[in-house]
Design a protein around this ligand. Sequence first.
Ligand code: COS
Length: 385
Amino acid sequence: MDYFLTEEQLMIRDLARQISDEKVLPVRAELDEKEEFPWDIMNTLAESDFLGIYIPEEYGGMGMGGFEFTLAVEELSRACLGVSTSYAANALGTYPLLLYGSEEQKKTYLPDIASGKRLVAFGLTEANAGSDAAGVQTTAARDGDEYVLNGTKQWITNGGEAEIYTIIAITDRNKGARGASAFVVEKGTPGFSFGKKENKLGIRASSTSELIFEDCRIPKGNLIAREGMGFIVAMKTLDKSRTGVGAQGVGVAQGAFEAAAEFAKDRVQFGQPVISIQAVQHMLADMATEIEAARALVYSVAKYIDTGVKDVSKESAMAKLFATDVAMKVTVDAVQVMGGSGYMKEYPVEKMMRDAKILQIYEGTNQIQKNVIGQALIKETAKKK
Ligand code: COS
């Protein structure tokens, strides 16, 4: 399908594809096997200005939108979701600053983020606060000109590798979701350390760690927005980032489809290439149709968000839900089309299938996406009455 991309958008897509083909494809299996953070690739993306695609020019970025970022995420995901997760999580960590940071915070952090000098991570999840995002236990107690952080964040993407962390912590326990606040914390701050690095089923090139805060003192100027705004900062951040997860789904599904179709042309059974067998053709036809539908939805939602419209919870949840369910189905089917070969590490699709599973879980499980969509539908229906 032709999505009538502008010259700039084509340039982003083609460069991302080139980086994927030249830098990511040759090492993806090794990064997966060794669970190695893709520093070389992140540096290449930084040199190509990819870490600042969606950051305004006045802060050193390319000044483009979420749609252009989506194109880059999709292409990287076509080659390796571990790499694209490291890349996309950087944006997730940046959104609280971009959306709610003060001018001073933006000037301090965004130029380093845009240039790739410092990576970012987003710290919301905890042992007892996953789907229940308002259940955060980490506290930030005001003490004069400082806040003192205590608690542990879990499963934080880019944890340990990033230099800048946007953290959600409780400033007033009595106020529920309205008692949470957002902060920026720098690596190296006394009282801030890293715990266990997780050993994962997929996206093994990305790093997933615990963040531990023990009487960690940060200046009061590190508060993002106002006290009590933390839950809203987190929700708006997720509203913005979930389309990127959808783009990851489109990319990995495309990669798996291409590998399966290529294989089916070469593999001969019953005296013919298996692609000539209707049962296989039908699977490939479903895969191709579902990928195109997911891409069309993700692109439309990304463009819709870029218009600056205020409430995008429903649309971004739909893009994430649909495209990541497609990714799971297509990667499983790609393994099936390839049969025994698909199950072997010699081919990329077993990794894609392992990698795809997280897309239905992180940045809100797909069941949570349905809650978000359902709540929005209730609101819309109430308005119409
Ligand atoms: N934008 C703005 N405000 C929002 C919002 C959004 N997207 N979502 C919720 N809010 C507001 C609500 O309007 C409500 O405000 P009031 O107190 O003024 O009524 C407040 O925030 C609390 O909302 P709600 O009662 O819906 O909160 P819940 O605790 O029920 O949680 C869900 C809602 C489930 C949607 C939320 O917890 C969620 O998204 N969970 C998944 C979190 C996630 O993605 N985790 C992955 C880790 S990050 S990689």
